[in-house]
Write a protein that binds this ligand. Sequence first.
Ligand code: HPA
Length: 302
Amino acid sequence: ENEANNEFYDTTLNYFRVKLPTELSQPKIAIICGSGLGGLVDTIDETNCNKVEFEYKDIPGFVTSTVQGHAGKLVFGLLGENQTPIVCMVGRFHFYEGHSLKQVTLPVRIFKLLGVKVLIVTNASGALNKDFRVGNVAVLTDHVSLPGLAGNNPLFGPNHDEFGPRFLPMTEPYDFDLRVLAFKAASSLNFDKGVLKEAIYCFVGGPSYETKAEARFLSTIGDIVGMSTVPEVIVARHSGMRVLGLSLVTNMVVLGKGRSADPSGDSGIIEEQPPNHEEVLEVSRSRADDMQKLVKAIIELI
Ligand code: HPA
């Protein structure tokens, strides 16, 4: 893989160096926007300052995102009252699209080389924990990478010592101080108490949703489930970036056992609704405004 030599990153990096005005060329914070949550970049305009957009298809080394609801562009701008230089991925790459985890996480390495110190990742998820509700915002405290445990980790292959160590400790993937800021920001925005929930995120490969048995298994190890984010978090932690993970709960995962065909079995079980992508996008859109406000308020506090 040509990723093993640094020219691989240099080409992409030079592309931005040439095209970015100085005030945008060293973003402090990178934000990866999940399904339907890319509207954050539209609020950059409010501040009436520079904003530069690149479509993924024009960026050397970037693949293109194919999922409905995930437009593909990278936006540089100054956000909020503090005019914080940020870079924002509107639409991310998913493993289930057929991209390698190296391709999925390439943007994070580029962010590092551009000088980013903090990565904020957002996504949509299904709730496994019955105390959670659709519309809740989960603040990630930890994760379980099922593909990772089974041998799919973005750090597989030769280690890039200039980024980080071969054997990366992952005991503290999500930065405690940033989590505190998330709760502070929610309270300053008068979010209803209980909307923000600390959660363990189960990363599954997708694209099929979980069976009921898989969902019950996952519910014993985590609170929410989704098909993204963890590869980017691993690569960000590898190079020492601080990470905040926010997940919008778009559906309750079906956990019931379902009806039995055995005449002596349980036939009176009420079927729960299976998830679908339209529902996920609909909830994302209806809660996008609050998510954007939250991310913006957190950035003001960093
Ligand atoms: N399962 C997996 N990924 C998801 C879900 C789900 O129920 N909802 C949103 N992303």
